[in-house]
Design a protein around this ligand. Structure first.
Ligand code: SF4
Ligand code: SF4
Length: 248
């Protein structure tokens, strides 16, 4: 017993300081929210589309150039061929409306959306998620799983993955919804009690990304873009969704 006690004392407190005391410790090559220069033209978009694995992510219309994070894999190829495209270190990418995933060349200041839905705010201290991996590559699933580990410990905020949809406040969807997973997803969503939310995490879940998209059982209440979303992005989005202040 004493041995275990001293071993624990020696190990110390291992959980990271994000987001309670510091911002996230992001890798140097982290690509966050894209930024499109004001003077980006249709030709620039056409040039980037040629190297983009998901050309639907890029568009140009009367409002100017646009990048839809719902499709984007954040591979960075576009920025390699166009000096007017940049990836910032802004990791707070979670949004509550599909249209807010579209970044425009006319956007200048960005602040993540603030939650106002009382049903989501009621989950501030306990938020139970049932994960459904609907044909994902395991990238999104692994980076969601890491949030339950000692280093991230999202349980300290009352957020947990649960085994049964009957215990879930939200279905946490990853993957493009392959044909074989469509029925399982629909049944799992149906089995969760009201009020319930659908969270689409990763480009696959939001739009299909690189793949064909299945049918979402409901309109997501939270979109977390990325391929996969960084754990800091996911944790910050889940906290903000339930009414915590935006991360640093
Ligand atoms: S970062 Fe996004 S928009 Fe740019 S090339 Fe990759 S997928 Fe396309
Ligand atoms: S979004 Fe990317 S990481 Fe996530 S399941 Fe799809 S391919 Fe894998």
């Amino acid at each position: 017993m004493l041995k275990a006690f001293f071993a624990r004392l020696k190990q110390g407190y291992k959980t990271g300081t994000f987001p309670t005391k510091t911002g996230p410790n992001l890798p140097p090559d982290f690509r966050g929210r894209p930024q499109l220069d004001d003077d980006m033209t249709g030709d620039d978009i056409a040039k980037m589309k040629k190297v983009c694995p998901v050309p639907r992510a890029l568009s140009y219309d009367f409002e100017g150039a646009k990048l839809d994070m719902g499709y984007c894999t954040f591979c960075g190829r576009c920025a390699e061929v166009c000096e007017k495209m940049h990836f910032t270190k802004e990791y707070r990418l979670g949004v509550f409306k599909r249209e807010d995933l579209v970044v425009k060349s006319t956007d200048h200041d960005y602040e993540p959306p603030v939650q106002t839905d009382p049903q989501a705010l009621a989950l501030k201290h306990t938020f139970q998620l049932r994960e459904v991996s609907a044909g994902g590559c395991a990238g999104c699933e692994l980076d969601a799983n890491v949030l339950g580990t000692l280093a991230w410990d999202m349980g300290r905020f009352g957020i947990r993955f649960v085994a049964s949809p009957r215990h879930a406040d939200a279905i946490y969807l990853t993957g493009p919804i392959s044909k074989n997973m469509q029925l399982a997803l629909d049944k799992t969503y149906a089995a969760a009690p009201e009020p319930k939310f659908l969270i689409a995490a990763g480009a696959c879940a939001i739009t299909g990304g690189l793949y064909k998209h299945g049918h979402l059982p409901a309109t997501p209440a939270l979109y977390i873009p990325g391929c996969p979303p960084h754990p800091a992005t996911t944790l910050e989005a889940l906290l903000r969704f339930t009414g915590h202040a935006a991360g640093k």
